[in-house]
Design a protein around this ligand. Structure first.
Ligand code: ATP
Ligand code: MG
Length: 233
């Protein structure tokens, strides 16, 4: 679905991504893991066309997208649920969801809305409520639901567990598994190493602008260096 090679990007004189290669196959959950500030969100922004790739290639579904505009990337079905949710607080839950199909999936908006409400019954209960008054976990569900409204062919989730209680984190990761089981490939960007490795098929560890480690989730989990640096073992 997604193939990245030799990707470099940054801000001004600072190079954040220094030549990364990665692949997300159909049906996979691929985790990109790393500490604060290593460039995980920067990677998502480059994939979404918000900031430019300075070098390298991004191929989505057989087509180069590293020079494409954000709207064209959405049209192609690469849908990004941003860090910090970025919902519209004064609009209702339903209106936020409807905005998700502004560029893609509009003809099937009603059907997709039903599907989102079936996945997140809590959003149905609160469909008329101002989105800004939802709890943090509910807002995260709304952000993912809004992404689903665009009929993603690949969904990028930027730190979906951020700020959630342990119980909700577990619920969130189960939901991600469920969406994947329905056939949706997912690029999961997280700091939560342990739980991400539990649901991912493969993982990449980002350090100093490069992938320091990659492999199947099982391989990465057993890596002594990772256990020492990220799990304190
Ligand atoms: N608009 C910007 N201008 C300049 N520097 C930026 C900008 N956005 C991000 N950076 C810098 O790029 C680096 C990577 O930031 P990024 O947001 O990609 O990290 P991250 O891995 O997502 O971190 P976190 O886990 O905290 O979300 C950081 O050093 C950050 O300060
Ligand atoms: Mg980030």
């Amino acid at each position: 679905m997604l193939e990245i090679s030799g990707l470099r990007a940054g801000y001004g004189a600072v190079e954040v991504l220094r030549g990364i290669d990665m692949v997300v196959g159909a049906g996979e959950i691929v985790a990109v893991l790393g500490a604060n500030g290593v460039g995980k969100t920067t990677l998502n922004k480059v994939l979404s066309g918000v900031i430019p790739a300075r070098e390298g290639e991004i191929v989505f579904d057989g087509k180069r997208i590293d020079r494409a505009q954000p709207d064209a990337i959405v049209d192609a079905g690469l849908i990004h649920v941003p860090e910090g949710r970025k919902i519209f607080p004064t609009m209702s839950v339903r209106e936020n969801l409807e905005l998700g199909s502004y560029r893609r999936g509009k003809p099937r908006r009603a059907r997709n809305l039903e599907r989102v409400f079936a996945t997140f019954p809590r959003l149905l209960e609160r469909s008329g409520q101002a989105a800004g008054t939802l709890s943090g976990g509910e807002q995260q569900m709304l952000a993912i639901g809004r992404g689903m409204m665009a009929e993603p062919r690949l969904l990028i989730l930027d730190e979906p567990s951020l700020g959630l209680s342990p119980l909700l984190v577990e619920e969130m990761f189960n939901l991600i598994l469920q969406l994947n089981a329905e056939g949706l490939p997912i690029l999961l960007v997280e700091q939560n190493v342990v739980q991400s490795l539990d649901i991912a098929s493969r993982a990449y560890i980002l350090e100093n602008g490069l992938f320091a480690l990659s492999g199947t989730a099982a391989e990465v989990r057993e890596d002594p260096e990772l256990r020492r640096a990220y799990l304190g073992m």
